[in-house]
Unconditional design. Structure first.
Length: 415
């Protein structure tokens, strides 16, 4: 029985409210007409055609109580007053104004509902006074109590409706905020992927390009040097392929699971800076790597950030820095402190801003800033993710400097 009742309640909730109101109006009209036809208290006229018409005019407007609650209340009260003035028994049709008042109170503000309650109280008082056997006190109590009870129910319904409306608005706002966060997360992942690909491809391809050119130049005159260059190309390309496979594996796992993979493992870190320096030395750029301070465990993301910044800075030295027509040298200083990791990459090139591919200097940082995802921009974005900063620019004594500072005390593991 409970299951069946719950099913019927669910069906009623899912029905169109206008059909529910129409059914209510027809049901009340039919019940009042049926009772009036069968019930004839002594001293009251029988139910005739006029009584049926006034009953219909009292009950049927309830079908529109959600559309025009004030008009429905006025029409129902007027028809009920006419029904009482015609001398018919007052016990019928009294619930129609009460239902109309409920609809008005549930939908309209206080003043409108108060006026409607006063009108209903007057009509019900008239109904009580039409039956002298009830007495004045009973008529007054009835006229006050019934509108008050209906008023309370209507107010509760209005408060629930307003609360539900606010809840629906908050739900929509929350959904929009979640969608915006999802879009931002996707955009951030795209930027991170772009940085990874740029760092891997730019560095390794730069080394390969330099080594391939040197191998071709000395292929006949210095075969041992050419062979060493080819060995460097092989090792560099293998490492580049490994890093590209790591990125592609993470992307593949993201496509299968719907979430991006763990970018924190496995990742290159500070321990592999010597390999980067060795590759750049093999490409013809003297690199001096110095580590100071007591090294302590760092979050993988922080180590990756430092590694990529050094890799990008040395790649720029390899591609752009010149000194008197020759390749400039570079110095990498990694300083560990209790609350900060400081990485500085300097070169002794001309320090003059230039364009890639032209002799003399580095690309203009201002011009690089206009190229989304380019090296210097990528460095700053990486550092920002971990609460750090990157400073770049020509040195007063000549050359170019890149300085990375990352907080490490109580540091986060990063994205």
């Amino acid at each position: 029985m409970r299951t069946r009742a719950a099913a019927w309640a669910a069906r009623l909730r899912d029905m169109d409210p206008r059909l529910v109101d129409a059914g209510l109006a027809l049901g009340l009209a039919a019940a009042s007409a049926g009772v009036g036809h069968l019930y004839h208290p002594p001293g009251w006229p029988p139910f005739d055609a006029l009584a049926y018409v006034l009953t219909a005019l009292t009950e049927l407007p309830l079908a529109f109580r959600r559309v025009a609650p004030a008009a429905v209340l006025l029409a129902s009260c007027a028809a009920f007053a006419a029904y009482l003035a015609a001398g018919y028994q007052p016990s019928l049709n009294v619930w129609a104004p009460a239902v109309a008042l409920y609809g008005l109170t549930a939908q309209r503000p206080f003043r409108t509902a108060a006026a409607g309650a006063a009108l209903v109280a007057a009509v019900i008082l008239y109904s009580g006074l039409s039956a002298p056997e009830l007495g004045l006190a009973t008529a007054v109590i009835q006229a006050v109590a019934l509108p008050a009870v209906v008023w309370e129910f209507g107010n509760n319904a209005r408060r629930v409706a307003r609360r539900n409306h606010r809840l629906a608005l908050l739900t929509d706002q929350l959904r929009e905020a979640q969608e915006e966060r999802a879009r931002q997360a996707v955009a951030e992942e795209q930027r991170r992927i772009a940085r990874e690909l740029h760092d891997v491809v730019a560095h390794h391809m730069s080394v390969i390009n330099v080594q391939a050119g040197m191998a071709g130049y000395v292929f006949e005159s210095a075969p041992h040097t050419a062979r060493a260059a080819l060995d460097t190309i092989s090792a560099t390309s293998q490492e580049g392929l490994r890093e590209l496979r790591r990125i592609l594996t993470l992307l593949r796992s993201a496509g299968e699971s719907g979430a991006f993979g763990d970018w924190d493992s496995p990742m290159p870190g500070l321990a592999r800076l010597a390999d980067v320096a060795a590759r750049v030395r093999a490409a013809g750029v003297p690199v001096d790597l110095t580590v100071t301070g007591e090294a302590h465990p760092l979050p993988p993301g922080v180590e990756l950030c430092a590694y990529r910044v050094v890799q990008e800075a040395l790649t720029n030295v390899l591609k752009h820095a010149r000194r008197d027509g020759r390749q400039a040298g570079a110095t990498v200083l990694v300083a560990h402190t209790a609350d900060e990791l400081c990485v500085t990459v300097t070169d002794d090139g001309s320090g003059v801003a230039g364009s890639p591919g032209r002799s003399g200097g580095h690309p203009d940082p201002a011009k690089l800033a206009t190229r989304p995802g380019h090296g210097l921009i990528g460095m700053r974005e990486r550092a920002r993710l971990y609460g750090g900063t990157v400073e770049t620019g020509p040195r007063a004594e000549g050359g170019f400097a890149v300085r990375l500072r990352l907080p490490v005390a109580g540091g986060t593991t990063g994205p």
